[in-house]
Design a protein around this ligand. Structure first.
Ligand SMILES: Cc1ncc(COP(=O)(O)O)c(C=O)c1O
Length: 471
């Protein structure tokens, strides 16, 4: 994920503040005769009446078809350069039992970053051999559990982890397939990338150290080195950064191949999506072809066979499938340097979508319960938390008569919203509802205040010693 907060550039007023840009809203989302937003065949007012707000809504068919399209795009691109590919779904974007099943049904493998994500994937029936296990600080118990369960690959992130995984594998009597995460020095976001010699961040190891660490990996009988891994960033709109990174990785891959065959190369995830009409990500087919061609060119130059490829998209699969529904509570006109801005307060906020506060992410908001002929007003959608940075949508334009009680929908919230949700201010996390073919069902239950109180030992452990521990 990207890591630096910024302020989204001010967008101009749209021609129609009721319009649903198909590039931003889940495919097939539309308004019914009453002007209500309909997603997956279910109208927003019915969803809000049945499940309450805030509510995460995920269109199952959109998630599935994006998974299938991504797999097909990479399979075609890989075949065109004489190799094959595994597409992992990056569970950190949003993982639940239902989502694991959608992804595995569509032929994707699963990428997990913690023991918790691994547990969800296993419980949902993912084949352990089709799971990749990441993490810059995996605990010994996470490593042992993964090895014992027969995890497909462990992505080694530091030198110290080589021995930890090797020992766990030999104790379990297994040979564990591992990749090594390296920093290619390429950082990318949207349509720009920055190529540097060094990286000042916590993941992976420097590319010049790779040969030494791989030699260490290869010295362990309990480890099977399958290839290098790199993830250059998130919300990337074209193939250029991946191509540059692949070139850098493949020079080291070629050196390693001179010692023993290296069957795979994993280029991570990070494919971008449209959060607003200003975003123009290239089609995934174009990105897949661009990367495959760059890999093939580099392999030809270096005189090595084209390795099997692997990718780990999360956001580009699940992000556009999601919307969040909120109820408007207050509307407050506030004078600013640019004129009047309406602060529209909704019943959720940074506890269900931290991306705006954390990354300066831009989002699109629309009235969901009706349309209006009123002219558009510049609004900032804010939450109910005790924090002035509690902003859900930095700015957008919605009809001037937006009022308490209106339903508001925020688009493209399928990725990194529920998964980053918190209980700040003791606000219970909302449920996640899947919609498909006019039917809605809960796929993650929401929390209640009782749930939060039940976890408070000072309130719930009445008979126990809640005041201290005696040995
Ligand atoms: C190693 C790795 N792979 C894949 C991803 C998924 O990225 P995205 O959801 O942008 O596709 C991430 C995101 O942080 C990552 O760190």
């Amino acid at each position: 994920m990207s890591s630096s907060a910024s302020v989204p550039a001010l967008r101009g007023a749209p021609a129609d503040p009721n319009a649903l840009d198909p590039k931003v809203w889940p495919e097939g989302a539309h308004r019914d005769e009453a002007g209500r937003l309909v997603v997956g065949g279910v109208d927003a007012a019915a969803l809000a009446a049945r499940f309450g707000t805030p509510l995460y809504v995920v269109d199952e068919q959109v998630a599935r078809s994006r998974a299938a399209r991504t797999r097909a795009a990479f399979e075609r691109a890989a075949a065109s350069v004489g190799t094959s590919v595994t597409v992992y779904y990056a569970g950190k974007a949003f993982l639940s039992g239902a989502v694991v099943r959608w992804m595995t049904d569509e032929g994707l493998a699963i990428d997990v970053a913690t023991g918790g994500e691994f547990a969800v994937a296993l419980a949902a029936g993912a084949e352990p051999a089709r799971i990749g296990f990441h993490g810059n600080n995996k605990s010994l118990s996470e490593i042992e559990r993964a090895v014992a369960a027969g995890v497909g690959t462990i992505i080694i992130d530091s030198e110290v982890e080589v021995r930890r995984v090797a020992d766990a594998a030999s104790r379990a009597g297994r040979v564990q397939r591992v990749r090594l995460r390296v920093n290619s020095g390429v950082h990318a976001s949207t349509h720009e990338f920055l190529a540097t010699a060094h990286e000042d961040q916590k993941f992976g190891i420097a590319l010049p150290d790779a040969a030494r660490v791989v030699a260490d990996i290869r010295s362990h009988d309990s480890l099977d080195f399958v290839g290098l891994h790199c993830h250059i960033g998130s919300q990337i709109f074209d193939a250029a950064g991946f191509a540059e990174s692949a070139e850098r990785l493949l020079s080291v891959h070629a050196e390693l191949s001179a010692v023993a065959p290296v069957p795979e190369l994993n280029l991570g995830g990070g494919f971008g999506i449209a959060y607003t009409e200003a975003d123009e990500p290239a089609p995934i087919e174009e990105i897949a072809d661009g990367i495959a061609r760059a890999v093939a060119r580099a392999c030809e130059r270096l005189g090595v066979p084209v390795p099997r490829l692997a990718f780990e998209p999360g956001r580009s699969i699940i992000g556009p499938a999601g919307v969040t529904l909120y109820t408007v509570g207050t509307v407050k006109p506030v004078p600013t340097d640019e004129g009047w801005r309406h602060y529209v307060s909704v019943d959720g906020g940074m506890s269900d979508n931290i991306r705006t506060a954390m990354y300066g992410a831009a989002y699109t908001a629309r009235l969901a319960s009706r349309v209006s002929d009123e002219p558009a007003s510049l609004v900032r959608v804010v939450g109910k938390h005790c924090e002035s940075g509690d902003v859900v949508v930095d700015h957008d334009w919605i009809p001037h008569d937006v009022a308490p009680g209106d339903l508001l929908a925020v688009a493209a919230t399928g990725a990194y919203c529920w998964s980053l949700a918190s209980n700040y201010n003791h606000v219970p996390r909302p449920p996640v509802v899947a919609v498909s073919g006019g039917v809605a069902r809960v796929i993650v239950h929401g929390e209640t205040e009782e749930d939060l109180l039940a976890r408070d030992a000072g309130l719930s452990d009445h008979d126990d010693d809640a005041h201290g521990v005696t040995a």
